[in-house]
Design a binder for this molecule. Structure first.
Ligand code: CA
Length: 516
């Protein structure tokens, strides 16, 4: 076995072992350095003698400080590192980098469903919005009946999904922060993959009343003959309902009208600029920042060049690179909005007496990521190199093109839920440890950071970026592979593995406000 190691930056004094299974003590690296310890795959080797207190550099920045003398050739495990403090949020470089504008990428298209509001869906799905968790069992029952009895009559409709959640009642609905789950749920109902068709199932006595969730003016016009759309609500406590089947019949009748309209739609050729892509990572390892995330970053640049929208998120995973982000902002206002979101999140974490270091998992550490600083440096590269042209607070809807910072927790299912609310029509998810993550409302393309994971999870991972570490493909090649796959998936010509197996995670609303 030829020892294979990867260094990210010329300044680095550590590099990671790429070999599957790691390298035994005594192995000679290509530089001639002899390993003093067994070093697991993805973990760091000291390239020089690091005296106690010395900065350990990866990605060209200090990811930690040596707690004791670390001789060259040693395994630099997280136990040997002290984590640096978070960067202060003042005196940051503001819109200081003026990158050369990226050359426009023209001529790429996909087949999508054009909506009345101008957005484009990659799938044609009936969504049944719920105001409160109480109705979930009933909606599940109705969805099963709709799928088996109605959906076969509407071949142009891909699926029926219940927008179910744990919010809606037993919550301090006027508290500071409560606007986040409410606008998230509202904006999810308006996701481009639902074709502008909005129907709601309500209990009746809940705090989150249908008119509060979707006030007049928030529902799109889908029928030009009825330019003032009324909210379609099935209320289970309505006096008209006698017996459970009356509720189910009522939901099915309402669904039938929406299905008929959705079924009348067909795919049309649209430019790649209509893609709204959300990128995130989960179950990360040391290869995330070496293989999959740089390939996603390259693809992000391609998408921005094609005029599309790309959102990157996960506050705690970019917090340590805030200076990189504020310097890439197109305007001082965008940089200030980013700082505002970071400061809000710092405070939110302080309420629980933790900081961004609470992010890392046992699996991250096993995969070679010593701390959140190292994880963040690998996570942030998903954003590529384009200027950052906008910022969204959690649950807000995206209204512009280009590279956008959508502030969300790093939690996979909460981040995905918030990106759905922003209007994502395609999701890209990178993983090193492996996760079967999927969403019912949008296709999720999953990318493995290591060939070993792609081999074992061959029917769950859509792209193998491990080829970059193996030396058989370049970052650019995998970036283009992802770009072409996105157009295929967006057009409905190819299904992702998560779609194939119908693997769907629950929607999880981000509620920073109290429950009662
Ligand atoms: Ca995540």
């Amino acid at each position: 076995m030829t020892p294979l190691t990867i260094r990210m930056n010329d300044r680095d004094n550590v590099e990671i072992v790429a070999n599957n299974g790691g390298l035994p003590s005594g192995s000679a690296l290509q530089s001639g350095l002899i390993l003093r310890d067994m070093v697991p795959q993805g973990h760091k080797v000291a390239l020089i003698d690091l005296p106690a207190g010395a900065a350990v550099l990866r990605y060209g920045i200090p990811i930690g400080y040596a707690l004791k003398d670390i001789p060259a050739g040693s395994w630099v495990s997280e136990r040997l590192l002290k984590m640096p403090p978070a960067r202060e949020l003042d005196n940051l470089p503001i819109a200081s980098i003026r990158p050369e504008p990226l050359a426009a990428l023209e001529g790429y298209t996909f087949e999508g469903f054009r909506n009345a509001d101008g957005s484009v869906g990659t799938r044609n799905i009936l969504a049944i919005t719920t105001t409160v968790q109480c109705v979930s069992g009933v909606v599940d029952f109705a969805v099963q009946r709709i799928k088996s009895e109605l959906l076969p009559r509407y071949p142009n409709v891909d699926d029926v999904v219940g927008i179910e959640h744990t919010y809606g009642c037993g919550v301090a609905i006027d508290a500071e922060g409560a606007e986040i789950p409410i606008r998230t749920l509202r904006n999810i109902s308006l996701n481009p993959n639902f074709g502008g068709e909005v129907m709601v199932v309500s209990l009746g006595c809940e705090k989150l009343q249908p008119e509060r969730l979707l006030p007049p003016g928030s529902i799109p016009i889908v029928d030009q003959r009825a330019p003032e759309p009324e909210l379609d609500v099935v209320c289970l406590q309505d006096d008209a309902h006698v017996g459970f089947m009356s509720m189910i019949d009522s939901i099915m009748q309402t669904a039938n009208q929406h299905l008929a309209r959705l079924n009348a739609r067909t795919r049309v050729t649209v430019p790649a600029s209509e893609l709204v892509v959300g990128v995130q990572c989960g179950g990360s390892d040391a290869f995330s920042g070496v293989t999959a995330n740089p390939a996603v970053g390259y693809c992000t640049d391609l998408l921005v060049r094609a005029g599309a929208s790309v959102m990157f998120s996960e506050v705690t995973e970019v917090r340590d690179g805030i200076d990189q982000l504020t310097s890439r902002a197109t305007t001082p206002e965008v940089a200030q909005a980013m700082i505002r979101e970071m400061a809000w999140y710092d405070k939110y974490l302080e309420r629980g007496r933790v900081d961004r270091s609470a992010n890392t998992t046992p699996g991250n550490k096993k995969g070679g990521l010593s701390n959140i600083v190292e994880k963040a440096m690998g996570s942030i590269v998903k954003s590529g190199s384009a200027p950052i042209s906008g910022v969204l607070a959690p649950g807000e809807k995206l209204r512009q093109k280009g590279l956008i910072y959508a502030a969300t927790p790093a939690s996979d299912f909460i981040c995905g839920t918030l990106q759905l609310a922003a209007g994502m029509n395609l999701h890209v998810f990178t993983t090193g440890r492996g996760t079967p993550y999927g969403l019912a409302a949008v296709p999720v393309i999953k990318m493995a950071t290591r060939t070993d994971l792609a081999r074992r999870w061959h029917d769950l991972m859509d792209v193998n970026a491990g080829t970059i570490a193996d030396g058989t493909k370049t970052i650019e090649q995998v970036g283009w592979e992802l770009f072409h796959l996105m157009l295929e998936v967006a057009s409905g010509r190819q299904k992702t593995w998560a779609e194939q197996w119908k693997l769907h995670n629950a929607l999880v609303l981000f509620n920073p406000a109290p429950v009662t």
